[in-house]
Design a protein around this ligand. Structure first.
Ligand SMILES: [Zn+2]
Length: 194
């Protein structure tokens, strides 16, 4: 049931462009995703797309080739790199990091070994947490900001209650976040068009 709801939300966020081809504002290009456990990534992608759709953002996914991530006219391409061996002393407690001030699409690093360690025995939980992390970091990049909110998707550090809550219902954006995402996206798309 839960999966069906996520899928329904996700597909509703996609609109059709000319020739019936889906169009998205934001392409999220995944690098090194092969280290994710089987079944985790598809659910995480649906979860992230569903959360971002509540802020009016349509995302599409692609996988990086040997030459990197493709440029796409009319869309922001955000690179997401999966890392599997994070040194213990590296940014203690961090699960991911975004570089929102980079030109073009900005970039994100997922410290996947740490994400997996939160829910090592449940691929579903891992996927839901990863989906929230993707939505959080993509938001940083689209807003071109490292700002956080007190609660919800953009909280700086989720606690045990937050992890429990997101298993039942996706965390939400605080009011004002969606407008900031849209402003940042418009600025990035404007810069890309120049
Ligand atoms: Zn953050």
């Amino acid at each position: 049931m839960r999966l069906f709801q996520i899928m329904a939300l996700s597909s509703a966020a996609i609109s059709l462009g000319r020739a019936g081809i889906p169009v998205a504002d934001t392409i999220v290009c995944l690098e090194g995703w092969g280290i994710a456990r089987a079944g985790v990534l598809p659910l995480a992608k649906r979860q992230a797309a569903s959360i971002l759709s509540t802020a009016g953002i349509r995302i599409d996914w692609c996988e990086a080739s040997s030459t990197g991530c493709p440029a796409q006219q009319g869309a922001i391409v955000i690179r997401v790199r999966f890392e599997g061996r994070t040194p213990e002393e590296y940014r203690t407690g961090a699960l991911a990091e975004a570089f929102p001030y980079m030109p073009a699409g900005g970039a994100i690093k997922i410290l996947y070994d740490r994400v997996a360690s939160i829910a090592p025995r449940s691929h579903d939980k891992q996927a839901i947490i990863l989906g929230h992390i993707l939505a959080h970091e993509v938001t940083h990049v689209l807003q071109m900001s490292d700002g956080h909110s007190e609660t919800g998707v953009m909280k700086a550090h989720w606690n045990a209650d937050d992890y429990m809550a997101m298993l039942w219902k996706p965390l939400e954006f605080e009011s004002g976040q969606a407008a900031r995402i849209q402003q940042g996206l418009a600025a990035r798309l404007g810069a890309a068009a120049r």
